[in-house]
Write a protein that binds this ligand. Structure first.
Ligand code: NAP
Length: 288
């Protein structure tokens, strides 16, 4: 099976590297070529366009920022979708909204291409260590073919339903992830104003059942105040936008999520977009 990988950012570059280390020859494309150099130096074949790559692969992984990026690379000049071989499988690991994901499944089907949505839980380090968790939507037979590749890049694979259901589950997860850190930040802001030390608040809140366990992993970044991005804040804002769009489409009221989205937008506009999303902590504390 010839594997292709499009989208070599924080996540995609590490996922592709694991496929490569496991012995798979890769064809790769990224808008910015520099990010592909490490993979090229290990033997991956660079393609000048998504179309060129698509013509040669049996399985195409995409790991792109958002639906707009996907639209450009799939349907734009030299896009991949019209150039894939019939019966090839397109596996989209990006975080996109379910209605977009289902539309992509339909576009693929029109061209006799098999589509699987497989967004991931886990950030830079799990991506590097092959410890991601996949939420997969698609046909059972296609998912079975993909299992060996998911197992190289991840530690768990949850086949949660038909096309679009992986993307759906990712909306549920990121709604929680975003709100947990915002509420934690507000709790610390109030605690500080009431006279508790930051250390006491962190030790107590993070040790109990009140705070989400993942927040302990963000503690070093917050304590050092250095927010090198594992998961850029701008993409968390994008995810909150996609969550609220999905809620609109489904007729579900999410008042707290909408408020959270606005805080993330304000933080992005204050210049924190490229930082890790844990920088929302500094944004909240700076206003208190
Ligand atoms: N980082 C995380 O912890 C994490 C965890 C789970 C899921 N995700 C999701 O995974 C996806 C990738 O995230 P990431 O953290 O790897 O982000 P990233 O480092 O910013 O990479 C984004 C990728 O999308 C490409 N891209 C962006 N805009 C584009 C455009 N207009 N046209 C063509 N290509 C474009 C980028 O190309 P360039 O290199 O040229 O910019 C890059 O390959 C996102 O959907 C994100 O929400 C991220």
């Amino acid at each position: 099976m010839q594997i292709g990988f499009i989208g070599l950012g924080i996540m995609g570059s590490r996922m592709a590297a694991n496929l490569q280390k496991a012995g798979h020859d890769l064809l790769i494309y990224n808008r910015t070529r520099e990010k592909a150099e490490a993979l090229i130096s290990e033997g991956a074949e660079w393609c000048d366009t998504p179309a060129q790559l698509a013509q040669k692969v049996d399985i195409l992984f995409t790991m792109l920022a958002h639906p707009e990026a996907m639209g450009e690379l799939a349907f734009g000049d030299n896009g991949y979708l019209d150039n894939m071989k019939p019966n090839a499988i397109w596996v989209d690991c990006s975080t996109v909204n379910p209605s977009f994901s289902k539309a992509m499944a339909a576009e693929a089907q029109k061209r006799q291409i098999r589509y699987v949505d497989a967004p991931v839980l886990g950030t830079k380090k799990p991506a590097r260590e092959g410890q991601l968790v996949f939420f997969v939507g698609g046909n059972k037979e296609d998912v079975e073919i993909l299992m060996p590749y998911f197992e190289i890049m991840g530690k768990a694979v949850n086949h949660v339903g038909d096309h679009g259901m992986g993307a759906s589950f990712k909306m549920v997860v990121n709604l929680l992830v975003a709100q947990n850190i915002l509420i934690f930040s507000e709790a610390v802001a109030l605690g500080r104003a009431l006279g508790f030390s930051r250390e006491m608040l962190f030790d107590t809140l993070l040790d109990g059942p009140m705070a989400a366990p993942y927040l302990s992993l963000k503690r070093p970044k917050i304590e050092e105040g250095i927010y090198e991005a594992d998961f850029p804040l701008k993409w968390m804002h994008k995810d909150l936008h996609l969550v609220t769009l999905t809620a609109y489409e489904e007729g579900v009221a999410l008042p707290a999520t909408n408020a959270t989205k606005e805080v993330f937008l304000q933080a992005k506009k204050s210049g924190l977009g490229e930082k890790d999303f844990a920088a929302i902590f500094d944004y909240v504390l700076s206003g208190k």
